[in-house]
Design a protein around this ligand. Structure first.
Ligand code: SDX
Length: 393
């Protein structure tokens, strides 16, 4: 029977679906959404335009964008009862743990958008997820530092509103810095989708059984959390702090190359990119802009990261294995400079990736040929054995 299917652990050479959303050429370091290069989208679009593009296949006209913006802002509030749900968590909970729980709980709050056979309900679920994610994320942060939850403000754009809910406090007047809001928006664009990565595949597999969309996205968040995936941005910053000084870089490079040492250079390497991740380039440039704006041009972690990158790229091991910086390498430095604690980094990734998950989930549901995902295995256990009663074992 084993001859009937291919053995492909980690799915290194298995295409699990058709998709017209995202294209990657890993050898050339090219990433495109619906045919548009990520560099163009990051520099010329807003995140809302990119969301529309991923969901609908085309960039919106001004009128379509205004309507979409309205549809999203209409859903930015969380049900007030959700406050109780937050209060049930330990106050030092990792915000990703809160994300998994709260997003999954949306399925219990919004019964009117869980019939996946109804296109209208699917659309409402898409809008709700994209709209509520900044509120959910900001509240996870507020809860962890013991500050009151800030409500969404629909007069602000998506990134501005998120910054407001995260950093504003009722006692003080908060003005969003437009340079930081633009950088935040760009970070969201850079994370919006990335074809069949682990978390997106998780969402598709969960959804392939016809499961509730909110629960499927919670599954995606769980998968993203790991340090080999979205958790790498948090791990990069911890690694840079541990390295501490550029004199210690060679020691860590040596450890990363040692097969017997579990340490790997976080933010380096990628299953698909065997060249520079195009998102990492944009991220590095954004990093300079943000640090300039904040008067932190001499941020030692940035200098350390750039030196680490330089040394790794000149090293034979990294060259032979084609290991380059990925999207997570520089993002943490910007986020830290903006005032986010490391525990929020992966939350921001999840927030931005939600549109990709939702777009891919919808594409799958609307594909008339889709079937439940059900991989096979190579069985390595016992062959048939004779049963032994408990008194004779
Ligand atoms: C994301 O898939 C996506 O699209 C994901 C993502 C998205 O947008 O959704 O792009 C987001 O998850 C980015 C990746 C974040 N993770 C990290 O930065 C963690 C560090 N990187 C690695 O653990 C690793 O490179 C992965 C997980 C990213 C990729 O794993 P693969 O494809 O299974 O490759 P591998 O681990 O088998 O590596 C191949 C070789 C191995 O050596 P050999 O056994 O062949 O001798 O390269 C070595 C690895 O040991 N290697 C590294 C390394 N990454 C790979 N060696 C040192 N440092 C590293 N970072």
């Amino acid at each position: 029977e084993t001859g009937m299917f291919t053995y492909d652990p980690g799915f290194t050479s298995t295409a699990s679906c058709d998709s017209s959303i995202t294209f990657i050429d890993g050898d050339e370091g090219v990433l495109m959404h619906r045919g548009y290069k990520i560099e163009d989208l990051a520099s010329k679009c807003t995140f809302m335009e990119v969301c529309y593009l991923l969901l609908h296949g085309e960039l919106p006209t001004a009128e379509q964008l205004a309507k979409f913006d309205h549809d999203i802002t209409y859903h930015t509030m969380l049900h007030e009862q959700m406050v109780n749900f937050y209060r049930g968590f330990r106050r030092d909970s990792h915000p990703m743990a809160i994300m998994v729980g709260v997003v999954g709980a949306l399925s219990a709050f919004y019964h009117d958008s869980t019939d996946i056979t109804d296109p209208y309900q699917r659309m409402v679920a898409q809008h709700r997820l994209i709209a509520k994610m900044p509120t959910i994320a900001a509240w996870a942060y507020k809860y962890s530092i013991g500050q009151p939850f800030m409500y969404p403000r629909n007069d602000l754009n998506y990134a501005e509103n998120f910054l407001q809910m995260t950093f504003a406090v009722p006692a003080e007047d908060y003005k969003v810095n437009p340079v930081l809001a633009r950088a935040m928006d760009r970070i969201f664009i850079l994370h919006a989708d990335h074809e069949q990565n682990a978390s997106t595949s998780t969402v598709r597999i969960a959804g392939s059984s016809g499961a509730n969309p909110f629960a499927c996205i919670a599954a995606g968040i769980a998968s993203l959390w790991g340090p080999a995936h979205g958790g790498a941005n948090e791990a990069v910053l911890q690694m840079l702090q541990e390295i501490g000084h550029k004199d210690r870089i060679p020691e860590f490079i040596k450890r990363a190359k040692d097969k017997d040492d579990p340490f790997r250079l976080m933010g380096f390497g990628h299953r698909v990119y065997k060249n520079y991740d195009p998102r990492a380039k944009v991220m590095q440039q954004s990093c300079h802009e943000v640090l300039d704006e904040l008067g932190k041009r001499d941020e030692p972690l940035l200098a350390l990261a750039m030196e680490l990158e330089r040394i790794a790229l000149e090293d034979d091991y990294f060259a032979e294995k084609k290991l380059f910086p990925n999207v997570d390498f520089y993002s943490g430095i910007i986020l830290q400079a903006m005032g986010f604690p490391t525990s929020m980094f992966t939350v921001l990734f999840a927030l931005a990736r939600t549109v990709g998950w939702v777009a891919q989930w919808t594409e799958m549901i609307e594909d008339p040929g889709h079937r439940i995902s059900r991989p096979r295995q190579l069985y390595t256990g016992y062959t048939e054995r004779e049963f032994v009663p408990i008194d004779r074992r």
